[in-house]
Design a binder for this molecule. Sequence first.
Ligand code: PLP
Length: 273
Amino acid sequence: MQIWVNGRLQDAEEATVSVLDHGMTVGDGVFETVKTTDGRPFALRRHIDRLERSARGLGLPAPDRAEVERACAAVLEANPTELGRLRITYTGGLAPLGSERGEAASTLVVALGPTVRRTGATAVVTVPWRRNEHGATAGLKTTSYAENVVALARAHQHDAGEALLANTAGRLCEGTASNVFVVVGGRLLTPPLSSGCLAGITRALVLEWTDAEEADLPYEVLQEAEEVFLTGTLRDVQGVSRVDERELPGAPGPVTAKVSEIFAARAAADLEP
Ligand code: PLP
């Protein structure tokens, strides 16, 4: 496996990033996961836009877009694959302990991962922890995913595939690696970005391609919604079959199935939406 590290392709087994990289020591980094089909990245421009926004939000120097594109192309070419995912990681770079991150020393790593596609309906759990919609990193895709890891572990303890979080105002926010949509009274709704959720690319495309609307929703909507589904790069549109103890028989329901169909058709027709 060849991966891109700081300007060149290297053998993954031998490639190194310093243990004193700010991304490693303080989680000062941002990332993207990009779906690839037949060796071609999906919505790469949107992913690089978000990488840039997240980097700016952390105060990192802007990543070199041309280098990110070149790196993705080089990694895909060096590792021909049917279907997979690119992982782009961009961090504060080498910074000796106790020092500030080096302004010009950011680290860029692009690697290719195996296909882990989350298909079929999944169970979800609610959790007691709150997403801070007012936090400094709200809405940024940072490498500090420890909270998400803990929430997902809770889901796994309950044989569920995802945990859904509320924000500090008790409003529905997002999952650990997904955005959430609900059907209420026949309307298809998803929390607004002001809830603190990530500006998911799959979420944005569902909003563009269907009649889904943004709405500020109470967390409890999950206990009443006619249908619930998740969106994300590795799951596209995934139905929810259970929320905590509440079964949603027949998931994916008719609205979820329709959205899933529209998404698959549009995404297949356009790799650069
Ligand atoms: N929310 C969080 C916290 C995520 O990590 C992700 C993606 O991994 C998403 C939402 C979904 O975003 P996207 O559709 O861009 O993959």
